[in-house]
Design a protein around this ligand. Structure first.
Ligand SMILES: [Mg+2]
Ligand SMILES: [Zn+2]
Length: 196
């Protein structure tokens, strides 16, 4: 199958209003531009893949099943408006957890690349033409670690704080924009350019 690029999307604070350790589906609130942005990226030929750190599972704040129910609800809200995501990957681990089976140094917690590798097993993705969009430094750094075209920080969620943490990240293709709509605009403008 011919390879396609992907946009790896953070979930909380990027597609929906950030609530730290959110685990109730009814609290999911999409940003106003999320549906329109996902539709545009889809139309441009990108896989749309969620990569989300959910250390609240390791910390005992919620169960793995709660991660799935929030993801399912997010997908349902999107589909009701004609948008959708292709897959959801999450890291439930943390080194300082309390749930024994989830307390470890893993290879999937962003900025590590484990979730991207899981996605590569599922889809024929061209990483060199792919992007990460998120509201934390680790999201932008993931793009670098996985050899993607660029990492884009949105100033929603934790992004306003995180933009200061980006300054000491040695990386050529890091960009800061207001939100998911501007990130989408940036990607559509720059896609196909040889950035690396
Ligand atoms: Mg986030
Ligand atoms: Zn992990």
């Amino acid at each position: 199958m011919k390879k396609k690029p992907a946009v790896f999307l953070d979930r909380d604070g990027t597609l929906m209003v950030n609530i730290d350790y959110i685990h109730h589906p009814e609290k999911v609130k999409l940003f106003a531009k999320t549906v329109d942005s996902l539709k545009k990226l889809r139309k441009a030929g990108f896989y749309l893949v969620i990569v989300t750190n959910q250390s609240g599972a390791a910390r005992g704040y919620f169960k793995i099943a709660d991660i799935h129910s929030v993801n399912r609800h997010l997908q349902k809200l999107l589909k009701a408006q004609g948008a959708s995501l292709d897959a959801f990957f999450y890291c439930p681990h943390h080194v300082k957890g309390v749930v024994k089976s989830l307390t470890k140094e893993c290879d999937c917690r962003k900025p590590r690349t484990g979730m991207v590798k899981q996605a590569l097993k599922k889809f024929p993705i061209d990483l060199s033409r792919s992007y990460v969009v998120g509201d934390n430094r680790g999201d932008v750094e993931l793009a670098k670690n996985a050899g993607m075209a660029a990492g884009i920080l949105v100033r929603t969620g934790h992004g306003r704080r995180a933009q200061h943490e980006l300054k000491n990240l040695k990386m050529k293709n890091k960009h800061v924009v207001a939100g998911i709509a501007q990130a989408t605009k940036w990607i559509l403008k720059h896609q196909g350019e040889q950035l690396l």
